[in-house]
Design a protein around this ligand. Sequence first.
Ligand code: FAD
Length: 535
Amino acid sequence: MIRINEVKLPLDHSEVALHDFVINKLSINKDQLVDIHVFKRGYDARKKNDIYLIYTLDITLKDVDEEQLLTTFADDHQVKKSPDTSYKYVAQAPKDLTERPIVIGMGPCGLFTGLILAQMGFNPIILERGKSVHERAKDTFRFWRTRELNTESNVQFGEGGAGTFSDGKLYSQVKDPHFLGLKVKQEFVAAGAPAEIIYVSKPHIGTYKLVTMVEKMRSKIIELGGEIRFETRVEEINIDDNQVTGVTLSTGEVIPSKHVALAIGHSARDTFKMLHDKGVHLEAQSFSVGFRIEHKQAMIDAARFGKNAGHPLLGAADYKLVHHCKNGRSVYSFCMCPGGVVVAATSELESVVTNGMSQYSRSERNANSAIVVGISPEDFANDPMQGIALQRKLERNAYVLGGSSYDAPAQCVGDFLAGKTISQMGDVEPSYKPNVKLTDLSSSLPDYAIEAIREALPAFNKKIKGFSNADSMLTGVETRTSSPVQIKRGKDFQSINTKGLYPGGEGAGYAGGILSAGIDGIKVAEAIALDMLNA
Ligand code: FAD
């Protein structure tokens, strides 16, 4: 197959335009063109009233000498041989397998570690502290309605992991030379995700679809010989002479294994402490803190897409912003949720944490995004435990500022920038549930972060007109942007001082988002399988 990159056509191009382009570009006749497969479709909206679609196409030809054609186009960066993107399993378990690998956590990292191990015949045991996704959804929505938090079953903990109640954005900046991201997306599609996630440049799934997909993937793992235990918290990793020997559960049960994948996410603070106490090598890692900002989605659509706002191929507009501040800090937008809602994302009592979620339709009235300031390990004495302590302090402070009832502290951008205590809400109604309390947010973050955000918001207004309008809404606090901890691993994917322990995903510092956590999960599964075969 022949790949043609960077094919640029107007947003409203005709159905035959791709066909015509390929025939002209490759100088072939129409009978030689068998199929055009869209590998990727993105858009260029730098000029909002003149938006282009950008395609990567895989072309099937007949009666054409492809090698000859590639030689003809050797100097043309647009035309290449299509790469082999199929996933190849690195191992197959022997029939007499005596050991079963353990996977701790069933977020996207643990889900894909478990799935790939199961597909290779290694019969993994997946241990998840939270409930199955259906039961977990009930607990999560109950918390948002009634303020009753289940600390083991919530937005962070339970089958599907942290991204289950989310926008389900599926893009990532990670290098992916082996197309593992495609394998993740193909498994998602097989479990019910829309087929377009394979080829659109900014795919998203939305929360309701994710819930049913996770259930289907669970069934697949079980059919393949895997075992999944919910409401099963790993209390201790058992280590003998720097080699993992198994895990002890909160019930006291011990499960032996010399291969344990650790896919615990960034919110398992008790588990991080246990690892620290056991002497597993942890390092401090940068993270960010800030607020969720809300605007009317229609305003963002108009600012980004002009007269093309509402076009079905564009959907609700997103944005990505960054500003480098005079005080040396950087402020950036993070985890933008077009047409979504701000959600209560704490997993600890008497804490308030914000995040964002949307449905596949992205049809809620507000756009929301985190506006966060980078914090580096030097800000917390290079100590991973102090990074966690700082997050926790800000979350508890937000709880108090919100009125000690799980309402979130909130403030209009106009008041925040003017340093005024509170006036009243404007046109942008905050979506956070159970509710928000209008207050002064200036004490909710370290001074340098407040100063940086006050500088960044007007700067963002130059990129998106209306961004710092007085009635834009800030809700605090966003603290769990990434893990303050890295569980360092070597090239063999094992902890650098604990053999048999395979840290992966966001909690270990090797992913940031659903797709990259899934990709990392596959890598961890491959490393475990290869080591088990060599044992
Ligand atoms: P997690 O998903 O956090 O999973 C870890 C799992 O381990 C949890 O289920 C937890 O219960 C379990 N666990 C922890 N400790 C133990 C233990 N001791 N024993 C047993 N089980 C344990 N990313 C995107 O790419 N796109 C988005 O749109 C997006 N939106 C988000 C919206 C929200 C509300 C949130 C909270 C996150 C969002 N993210 C999004 C981030 C994304 O969810 C995470 O990056 C991703 O889930 C990380 O995957 P993970 O498997 O590494 O960890």
